[in-house]
Design a protein around this ligand. Structure first.
Ligand SMILES: [Zn+2]
Ligand SMILES: [Zn+2]
Length: 143
């Protein structure tokens, strides 16, 4: 029943992207989807992401040269990229006071804008001021 299995893969991957804190890289999608689909491979993730994109459920976002995917239809939003953990979050507040139709000196009429914010996410900010957490000598199995 290949059709059933691929439907389930599609459902799980779509759900992972719906529940994500922001756009996910392919490797993140793979890791999170594997919680429900232990045998899932990266080729299937690529194929499924392509399919979901063609169907208009998700769309690709390029941040810092890396392709990520997010659910379509989120409305106007921005992204916050954490410099510490590398996660990207979706922000629903707009930090830019540039309504469509704003005219810049020289006659440039603004229709849209893109802004990515960089910094520390709430988790990393809480984790603190002590820099990157050093692995507390847990035997150090090389991995
Ligand atoms: Zn972070
Ligand atoms: Zn905005």
């Amino acid at each position: 029943m290949t059709a059933t299995r691929s439907t389930r893969q599609r459902d799980v991957i779509a759900r992972v992207l719906t529940e994500a804190e922001g756009p996910l890289a392919v490797a993140d999608v793979l890791t999170r989807a594997q919680a429900d689909l232990p045998g899932l491979g990266v080729a299937t993730v690529y194929r499924t992401l392509k399919l979901l994109t063609e169907q208009g459920h998700i769309h690709p976002v390029t941040l810092d040269g890396e392709a990520r995917y997010e659910r379509a239809g989120r409305g106007h939003h921005h992204h916050f990229s954490c410099n510490s953990c590398g996660r990207v979050y979706t922000l629903h507040t707009c930090p830019v006071a540039l309504p469509s139709g704003t005219v810049y000196p020289g006659g440039f009429i603004v229709e849209a804008h893109e802004v990515t914010l960089y910094g520390k996410c709430p988790q990393c900010a809480r984790a603190g001021l002590s820099g990157p957490a050093a692995p507390a000598g847990a035997g150090g199995s090389p991995h």
